[in-house]
Design a protein. Structure first.
Length: 185
């Protein structure tokens, strides 16, 4: 394709470009070539999938790819159109501590909400599914266990209600104090 001088930003019926496909396959060298040839690292599919969303959903093969995409202008906090998930939400749903750590170390927002039915933060997801290592990393990078989701539940409340990760929140309890707004309610 590149040798034939085709457009590296040409998309299929779903809005996927060669960059989406190369990222999905973990082909960092191909992604680098496509970007050097004019491929847009900020490209979104019809559903809003960015290259970092795709990289976050494919784990190990993309650990080197995510920093490269960020250095080339990709938005680490981009949201999907239908449910508002960021790459960090995707990594939390996949129970992928390596990707979570990498995203947070590169500027992902730990307290960002999705726009799905429950309006969860990545920490809500980790607690809901009992993903201990993911929850620990999110807390280490500043995720607030007292933020309430769209159903009015904080991650620490979910932990108590479900029995998931209760010791984790006991350990971190002194670090997080309720805000004035939360205390007045």
């Amino acid at each position: 394709m590149i040798a034939a001088k085709m457009d590296p930003n040409a998309s299929d019926q779903n809005g996927w470009t060669p960059l989406h496909s190369a990222t999905s396959g973990g082909h960092k060298n191909t992604v680098e070539i496509l970007i050097r040839k004019g491929g847009n690292p900020k490209v979104k599919s019809e559903e809003g999938y960015t290259l970092i969303h795709i990289a976050a959903s494919h784990s190990g093969a993309n650990l080197d790819l995510i920093p490269f995409l960020i250095q080339n202008g990709a938005n680490i906090n981009a949201k999907l159109f239908d449910n508002g998930e960021t790459p960090l939400h995707i990594a939390a749903n996949k129970n992928d501590p390596q990707i979570i750590r990498l995203l947070l170390a590169n500027g992902a927002l730990p307290n960002i909400y999705d726009s799905g039915r429950e309006k969860n933060t990545p920490l809500h997801i980790a607690v809901k599914y009992n993903f201990v290592e993911c929850a620990k990393i999110l807390l280490k990078y500043g995720a607030d266990p007292n933020i309430k989701n769209g159903r009015g539940k904080s991650a620490s409340e979910l932990a108590r209600r479900t029995g998931h990760l209760p010791d984790l929140f006991k350990i971190n309890k002194p670090k997080f104090k309720k805000s004035k707004l939360q205390r007045s309610n």
